[in-house]
Design a binder for this molecule. Structure first.
Ligand code: BDP
Length: 731
């Protein structure tokens, strides 16, 4: 036994001393590599000499295990477990209920302030000895605190006078997995679904636990396991047993499971003739179904529902409203403490005047009609996860209905797996947008954290980018988007830049020159993609179906698609100019916003460049403040080129990091940046040659000229159902 322990210690010492080893990204931001700053290491070793975890629940065991693994990795040696603090340097973890020591510390006020899931991490004295306490009101709060404490070491922060208190500002912080039962993932670019339905419930997989750990480390507390385009089979006993097995693995980490409910399930698996939400037999069916779920999974979270949208069944099939549909679920879930999250991503079967008006038009009149355990879940923008959209006008417009934010973490319209785009910037931009619902400062963050309208319930959802790729997210940098989403869900007022800082330190290295340069690169990456894909407020000009690569030419009478899914509908290029008039002279979508916004965005002299062509049809040679006084065409050319230039600058930044990070991930990122540079050029040249066929204006000679004529770009083909998109003949 002793021999074995000695060998293990030897191995630990050796592995800690080994040079940067090859890494594949599996460890995410929980790598716990040895601290290389000698002064910090000495500080940590003195401050952390034993681990006291008071209490013995699965969640506290998870905290203990994480701390042991983390500290062993960071400090290069085991930190012994102890039943009580016996010397300077104990880290004491628990709740007033689990730990007499913590109960006696007089943390009452501090703990009251952080609520059920928050934590207090403090350097203090216990029995005259120096100690660090990780205290919370619940076990999961203590787990979150443990991760917070580890982050302090992972980011080389000092432990002197450590005094952190934190509580989530949003109650439900969920990932939405668009995962199908055959393990394909809708809009997934990271391999197959993590949920191996065929081998569940019998076989587990270490990844289930690692998935839950990663979520807990950033405060995510729920996972909707299935696609919003739902399959009723998930509600059969066979599948529910599998769901229960996953719930059991996630539970210690505070992650609850949720499912998507297919509205027509009573017909498809229940043998009923109707799914009318006011029909007593339908209501009874759902009630019994929901009761049976809770019998298996007592802490089941509830349902996300996509109804009457893109062909999904819903209450309108029976001439009932969205509120009727949502309330049927809410009523059956309420006795169990569950919630229904009803999606506002709807647009009618007839092509409307303007698709971006639909969600507001349908839902605003229903404000006040939803039961109190029903949310309406709203995409960040009024259209569909574009590189940039103005915030959805529903935020601020439903004071009586808790609105959940839906962000897309998977980059469906933003280059998918390969393009490096840090979405922290995008999320921050949306969350900080001012709705003016109650005057200046009525930010979207304050709407969804409940403070603006006094919502009793609050929630946020991120469409997951996770799959079974070794690196989880299809690329190393896509991990940052999972991370940033979680941190912003905890605190929607956090700075995306600070989040990137933490992520880089934990994921790559604390080397200050690396962190500085790569953080700056991440921060510019979002504007880069906007510029080379959809500058100046353009939207939805991606190729149809897979949404990868440019397709601004798709549309018109010859396509069999509905007009409001085609690029030509959205950009409205013609011989006079470009852009969608959404002011009073056009669709007037602008009227859905508060008056100060209307005034600013509705006026061509004051509209910001970011939404210029979203709200205005602008002449090709018109000069506006939003075009920096240049003719629109020149500004458009400049923006597309700026996008390509930014990617080249990102490449230079990354190339300069060689040797500062492991070779494996260095080369991974480098090769994806090369794809991104090539495809940014493809985007620029395809879009400009196409728009040029309307403007008939030259691309000024100082810019790179398109490599091919428009005809060439029209024939570039990408496979329709790509797991891993690679297109033919990309120039
Ligand atoms: C669109 C996606 C589609 C989703 C839909 C949704 O292209 O795959 O089903 O959103 O959110 O962005 O329901």
């Amino acid at each position: 036994m002793r021999m074995k322990r000695a060998l293990i210690t030897l191995w630990l010492v050796l592995s800690a001393a080994a040079p940067a080893r090859a890494e594949d990204g599996y460890d995410l931001w929980l790598r716990y590599r040895p601290v290389t700053d000698a002064a910090r290491l000495a500080e940590y070793r003195a401050a952390v000499t034993q681990l006291v975890v008071d209490g013995d629940s699965p969640t506290l065991r998870a905290a203990r295990d994480e701390l042991r693994t983390g500290l062993r990795g960071l400090l290069g040696a085991d930190v012994p477990l102890s039943a009580s603090a016996t010397r300077d340097g104990a880290v004491i973890v628990g709740t007033p209920a689990s730990s007499r020591t913590i109960g006696a510390l007089g943390l009452g006020d501090a703990l009251r302030a952080v609520g059920r899931e928050g934590y207090v991490v403090r350097a203090t004295r216990v029995g005259g000895r120096r100690a660090i306490v990780v205290a919370a009101n619940s076990d999961v709060g203590a787990l979150y605190g443990a991760f917070r404490f580890l982050r302090q070491l992972q980011t080389y922060g000092t432990l002197a006078n450590l005094a952190v208190a934190s509580a989530p500002k949003i109650q439900l912080r969920l990932l939405n997995h668009w995962d199908n039962l055959n393990r394909s993932v809708e809009r997934g670019y990271a391999g197959h679904s993590l949920w191996a339905w065929d081998t569940l419930p019998d076989a587990s997989n270490p990844r289930y636990r690692d998935y839950a750990r990663a979520n807990a480390s950033i405060g995510i507390n729920g996972a909707v396991l299935t696609n919003v385009n739902a399959n009723a089979r998930i509600l059969t006993p066979e599948y529910l047993a599998k769901v229960a097995a996953l719930a059991n693995v996630f539970r210690p980490y505070g992650v609850r499971v949720y499912l998507t409910a297919r509205f027509s399930a009573p017909i498809e698996i229940g043998g009923l003739k109707t799914a009318d939400p006011l029909d007593p037999a339908v209501r009874a069916w759902w009630k019994a179904k929901i009761d049976s779920i809770y019998a298996l999974i007592p802490d089941f979270g509830g349902f996300t529902v996509k109804a009457n949208s893109e062909g999904q069944p819903g209450p309108q099939d029976y001439h009932r409203t969205h509120a009727d549909g949502a309330n049927m679920f809410a009523e059956a879930l309420a006795p169990h403490g569950g919630v229904v999250m009803w999606r506002a991503f709807v647009y009618s079967n007839e092509v409307p005047v303007d698709r971006v008006k639909q969600a507001y038009t349908e839902f605003k009149p229903l404000d006040g009609q939803f039961r109190d355990n029903a949310f309406v879940q709203v995409k960040n923008g009024p259209l569909d996860f574009q590189p940039r959209e103005p915030f959805s006008p529903l935020f601020g417009a439903m004071p009586k209905t808790p609105l959940m934010m839906e962000f897309q973490v998977t980059k469906e319209y933003l280059g998918q797996d390969t393009h490096l785009v840090y979405l922290g910037q995008e999320f921050e931009e949306v969350l900080r947008s001012d709705t003016w619902a109650k005057g200046k400062g009525s930010t979207v963050a304050k709407v969804i954290d409940g403070s603006l309208h006094g919502y009793a319930r609050t929630g946020i959802a991120g469409v997951s980018n996770i799959g079974d790729d070794r690196n989880w997210t299809g690329s190393q940098f896509n991990q940052a988007n999972w991370y940033a989403y979680g941190r912003l869900a905890w605190d929607p007022e956090m700075s995306a830049s600070d989040i990137a800082d933490d992520w880089l330190r934990m994921t790559f290295t604390n080397d200050p020159s690396f962190v500085r340069a790569v953080k700056a690169m991440m921060k510019t990456s979002r504007e880069a993609v906007v510029n080379y894909m959809t500058p100046l407020g353009l939207a939805h000009i991606m190729a149809t179906g897979h949404h990868y690569g440019p397709g601004p030419w798709v549309g018109g009478p010859n396509t069999r698609m509905r007009a409001d899914q085609t690029p030509t509908y959205f950009h409205r290029a013609d011989s006079l100019g470009l852009g969608f008039d959404r002011t009073a002279t056009g669709s007037n979508a602008l009227e859905q916003y508060a008056p100060p916004i209307r005034a600013r965005w509705g006026n061509q002299r004051t509209v910001p460049d970011s939404v210029l062509l979203w709200f205005h049809h602008v002449g090709w040679t018109e000069r506006l403040p939003a075009t920096h006084g240049r003719p629109l065409w020149d500004e458009l050319v400049a923006r597309y080129n700026a996008g390509v230039d930014s990617v080249r600058a990102m490449q230079r930044t990354w190339d300069a990091q060689r040797g500062k990070v492991d070779d494996e991930r260095f080369r991974d990122v480098q090769s994806f940046l090369a794809i991104q540079e090539k495809e940014a050029r493809w985007w620029r040249d395809a879009a400009l040659t196409y728009f040029q066929s309307f403007s008939h204006l030259p691309i000024p000679a100082r810019y790179e000229q398109p490599a091919h004529p428009l005809q060439y770009y029209l024939q570039v083909r990408c496979p329709a159902n790509r797991d891993k998109p690679r297109c033919d003949n990309v120039p």
